[in-house]
Unconditional design. Structure first.
Length: 318
């Protein structure tokens, strides 16, 4: 609803609150930081006068807010083939292939998911990060949620922060896990290598839940659910437990091949050069209707080929 004037009366129960705090409760479809920015830009009037964000409201004032869609990205739209599995007026869900960078950056100015999204929905240039609600690493495949308007973006980012968006992954790790469990270990920037993350007492809280789907001779196929969403969380947590994900170029360490492995498995493990991680399911309340949205997609061909090779190797050993 950018550029559409909004009007409301300050409820008596908000008397004494800061203007930006009161507006955040009156217009929950927008974040407090965005409302504060609009106040500072003169896009908010209270009884036809300007106020500062910290000024207190008395209750009963007439507030007018002129939402402003701010250009937040400068990436060029590109006609990139996107596998969109769900889309309506408020959001879309894309199945991202491994190898596709999500956000432009140094060395990846073009050819990213964001470039493709801007071509598909040009209005996304008005949203932070082109509406992308959460991240997937370049070499992680699977479902990614994108908001298509300001209200939906604010609601979905808030839902993510409040852990109301359920994200499930499939992964293959090295070693044989005896059962499922929970990893509760804070994650922060690595003290030496700033491109990596690590488990650290100074890090932010990070919790990962997992269960075993299938065991092989020296690997385990697992289902993983994120409770928090730290950078590289699943990869770091399982590497910390000495069960790094197969193929992980950053946290995987040396290639581990079980003794007596078939030539097919040896070749598969050596040529699987990305982390064996796939975002398989998203579940959340629609920001507009409140209806439950659940989307699921199977892992891509390279992931399935890895599982097939591990199963055949396990069968040979029986």
């Amino acid at each position: 609803m950018a550029d559409e004037l909004l009007q409301k009366e300050v409820p008596p129960e908000l008397s004494g609150q800061r203007l930006d705090q009161a507006l955040a409760q009156m217009f929950p479809q927008f974040s407090r930081s965005r409302l504060k920015s609009w106040i500072l830009q003169g896009l908010v009037s209270v009884d036809e006068r300007q106020m500062r964000p910290r000024d207190a409201v008395a209750g009963g004032e007439q507030v007018q807010v002129m939402p402003k869609a701010e250009v937040s990205v400068s990436s060029a739209p590109e006609p990139i083939d996107l596998d969109i599995v769900f889309e309506d007026d408020d959001l879309l869900i894309v199945n991202k292939p491994a190898g596709l960078v999500v956000h432009p950056g140094a060395g990846n100015v073009r050819g990213t998911l964001m470039n493709g999204l801007l071509h598909h929905v040009p209005a996304l240039e008005e949203l932070p990060r082109a509406g992308i609600v959460h991240r997937l690493d370049k070499d992680t495949s699977g479902l990614l949620l994108v908001a298509k308007n300001l209200e939906s973006h604010t609601a979905l980012v808030r839902a993510l922060a409040e852990r109301q968006i359920s994200r499930h992954y499939l992964a293959v790790c090295t070693g044989v896990l005896t059962g499922g469990g929970r990893i509760d270990a804070p994650i922060g920037r690595h003290p030496v290598d700033r491109l990596r993350m690590s488990v650290s007492d100074r890090g932010k809280p990070a919790v990962t839940h997992y269960r075993v789907l299938e065991r092989f001779r020296a690997h385990t196929y697992i289902s993983v659910q994120l409770e928090t969403g730290r950078t590289h969380q699943i990869r770091v947590h399982f590497a910390h437990r000495r069960h790094p994900l197969v193929g992980d170029p950053t946290y995987g360490g040396r290639l581990k091949v079980p003794g007596g492995a078939s030539p097919e498995l040896v070749d598969t493990l050596r040529t699987f050069r990305r982390q064996a991680l796939h975002a398989t399911r998203l579940s959340f309340a629609h920001p507009g209707s409140g209806a439950r949205i659940e989307q699921e997609c199977p892992p891509p061909a390279d992931f399935r080929h890895l599982l097939d090779a591990l199963r055949k190797d396990a069968e040979r050993a029986q």
